[in-house]
Structures are given as C-alpha cells and as structure tokens.
Design a binder for this molecule. Structure first.
Ligand code: GH3
Ligand code: MG
Ligand code: MG
Length: 374
C-alpha cells in the first residue's frame, strides 16, 4: 500500500463523524502556528480540521517545496509533515528548516506511513522532534502537540533570558567604557579607539594628532571649594572641551583632571590652533560651584602629530612631555611638541629639564624637599 493510500485511512471521509472523532483536547496554554504538509488532499484536510479544533492556527502546503516557501515567508512553530511528496520530500524540508536561522525554534513532526525503523532513524537524524505513523491517531496527535507546546515554551523562556542577558551585557560593556563623572569615554574605550586610529592611518593614510590637557591648579580649587565643587568644575571643563571640538575629534577622560584629545584628519599646526581656541573657551567659561559663586579654571595642553600607525603610544608620551613644558612655562597654554625623548637630543634634554623643574616646583609648594631628583 502506498503512503498516500494508507494516509487517508481511517478518516478518509470528511463528514460530521470525522469532526466528532477529534478527541477533546486539554486546555491550550497558547495556540500554535502549525503548518500541515501533505500531498494527499484528504490527509491535509483531516489534519487541518483536527488542529484547528484544538484551537491552533493552521496553514497547509501540498508538498515540501510549497511548505518551504510558506515557511520562509512566515515561520511556523510546528510542522506536521508527510515524508513522500513530489518536488521536495519531508526529509529535505526538515533539513532546511533545521538549517534556517534567525527565528525561534520549529517543532517538526513526521506524519508518515513509513513505519519501519530505518525511516524513523533517518527522520530523527535530519532533525525531527517526533515521528507518528499513519493512519493518524488523533488522540496521539493531540498528546504530541501538547508535548510540542511544552518544548516550545521552554525554548521561548530560554530565548527570553538570553535576550535579557545579552541586553545586560551590552549595557555593562557600554557602561564600562564611560567615565561616570563626566560622561566622557574612558581609557578602556580610548585603547579600543586607538586601534581604529592605527587602522585608518594604515588603510587611508589619515593624519591624526593627539593632545593631553590638564586642569591648572586643580588641587588648590578642590582645597578651597571642596571636592563636590571640584566635581562640578571637572564636568564643566569636560563639557566645554566637548562642545568646542569638531564631531570627528575624540575626547577621553584620561586620568583625574587630565583629558586626552584625538584630532582626526588634521596636521599639528591646525590642531594646535584649534586646541588653543578651546583653551580660551575653557578659561572664559563660568563655573557655578555649590555655594552659588562663579569661578573659572584654565588648562594646559601638549600636542603632537601621530607620525605612523605604530607611533601612537610614543605620540602620547611626546604629548605628555609637551604638557610638562606648558606647565613649566606658566600654564594656561598649548605647547606643540614633536620631539622624541632621546638622551642625545638637546631639545629632548631641555624638555626633561623643564619637566623636572616643574616637578621640583610642585614638590616645593607642598613642602617636600626633592633630594633624590637630579
Ligand atoms: P597642575 O597645575 O600642576 O596640574 O596642578 P594641579 O593641582 O592641577 O595638579 P595635582 O596633580 O597636584 O592635583 C590634581 C588634583 O586633581 C588632585 C585631585 O584631588 C584632583 N582630582 C582628581 N580627580 C578628581 C575628581 O574626580 N574630582 C575632584 N573633585 N578632584 C579630582
Ligand atoms: Mg592639574
Ligand atoms: Mg594632573
């Protein structure tokens, strides 16, 4: 007997008796979207009547190819599929459904007259969840759909918790890269962005400059007005810097009262001019502290061009040396430094001397004797 012949038994007639033969189903947790696939019209109709009488939604297809097209347009939660069909058989349909990604799990049940062990094993091997032989026992079908509901609800809650976990982890990843006080990206983010700077220099030959800015006499400001007002001032300076830089430029909180700036597609000369304009904006900005009084602060900055993709770290060190020169030369100024710190380089030695002088002065102001410094 062919699969089609057997499939129509015993419910080959779609009359009232067929409808009555659909057993009373247990209450539904949630209706399922079911796709019934069978090349035999009567089998299709019987299954459609059965599943809709259980409260599920049902679409039908007359072979694997049509089912696959319907599935791609809108995936089903459960597929009840015949095996032997023209154009595409049930095994190939099952394989394709398992290979499809990007949507929730589909529970696949073979409904076939192949009752032999080999077909059962092959069906499970291509990815079926269940296997029912024809003629279809409607009590069994109802029980299997309940099992499908349970499995799908477990998949659903797993997908929900995965979504929540992914969302939490994306939020934590973003938060770990932002400085909570100023809202600026922090050093962790800087290290990642510097990789992009290197890549852009290598790939497109883009010019970049890097600058280190440090608030002048900030300890004094804290000591005079208190740490909370110091925080207000830090936020205010960060905001002024951010507001007066171009969109393509980047600014990071580098340390306590230090900011690192990256100027994109700009040479040292124009970046220095831009940074000096920003310095003036900072000096002019009014900072309202907790007491309601208005004060202002200045910054000193050192800037240098990044010469090659591999030069990024060395460029930050050169910017730091230039910042020292800006401090030593009276603060509230921008120094552009292209010098390499090498012992034999007289300009570098001058940088070091100026830097040490600045350190000595700072220590002296704090009442410390810099005995161990040269
Ligand atoms: P200079 O002009 O040489 O840079 O002097 P300075 O006083 O700014 O530098 P110093 O390194 O002596 O002091 C930096 C101060 O910045 C000390 C520290 O308490 C303060 N600071 C660092 N981070 C924060 C912060 O998040 N909030 C506040 N309120 N102060 C901070
Ligand atoms: Mg400072
Ligand atoms: Mg500092």
């Amino acid at each position: 007997m062919s699969e089609t012949e057997r499939s129509t038994q015993p419910s080959s007639v779609l009359d009232d008796d067929t409808r009555k033969s659909v057993p009373d189903a247990e209450p539904l947790a949630a209706p399922l979207d079911i796709l019934v696939v069978d090349d035999d019209e009567a089998s299709r109709a019987i299954l459609e009547i059965a599943v809709t009488s259980y409260g599920h939604r049902c679409r039908t297809a007359c072979d694997g190819q049509e089912a696959w097209e319907l599935y791609q347009a809108e995936p089903a939660q459960v597929i009840l599929s015949d095996w032997n069909m023209p154009r595409m058989d049930g095994a190939e349909l099952c394989r394709r459904v398992r290979g499809a990604s990007g949507h929730s799990y589909t529970y696949f049940i073979f409904m076939t007259s192949f009752a032999d062990r080999e077909h059962f094993l092959r069906g499970m091997a291509v990815g079926a969840d269940d296997y029912q032989t024809k003629p279809v026992d409607l009590d069994e079908l109802s029980a299997r759909l309940h099992s499908a509901e349970r499995v799908l609800s477990v998949y659903r809650s797993l997908a929900d918790s995965n979504r929540t976990l992914r969302h939490d982890s994306e939020r934590a990843t973003a938060e770990a890269r932002v400085d909570p006080l100023t809202g600026l990206p922090n050093r962790l983010r800087l290290n990642e962005d510097l990789e992009d700077v290197r890549a852009n220099m290598q790939r497109f030959g883009d010019a970049y400059c890097v600058a280190l800015c440090d608030i002048d006499n900030f300890k004094q400001f804290n000591d005079r007005f208190g740490h909370p007002s110091g925080d207000i001032a830090l936020r205010s300076v960060a905001e002024t810097l951010r507001r007066h830089l171009r969109e393509v430029d980047m600014i990071y909180r580098y340390g306590g009262e230090e900011f690192l700036l990256v100027f994109a597609k700009q040479g040292a000369e124009s970046a220095t001019a831009a940074l000096d304009r920003v310095r003036k904006e900072v000096a002019a900005a009014e900072i309202r502290i907790l007491s309601g009084e208005v004060h202002s602060l200045t910054i000193s900055a050192g800037l240098t061009a990044i010469r090659a993709p591999a030069d990024v770290q060395a460029a930050i060190e050169r910017a730091d040396a230039a910042l020292y020169r800006a401090k030593a030369c009276g603060k509230n100024q921008v120094v552009s430094g292209q010098t390499h710190i090498r012992a034999e380089d007289p300009r570098a030695l001058a940088d070091i001397a100026l830097g040490l002088a600045h350190v000595r002065l700072t220590l002296f102001r704090r009442g410390l004797r810099p005995q161990s410094l040269p």
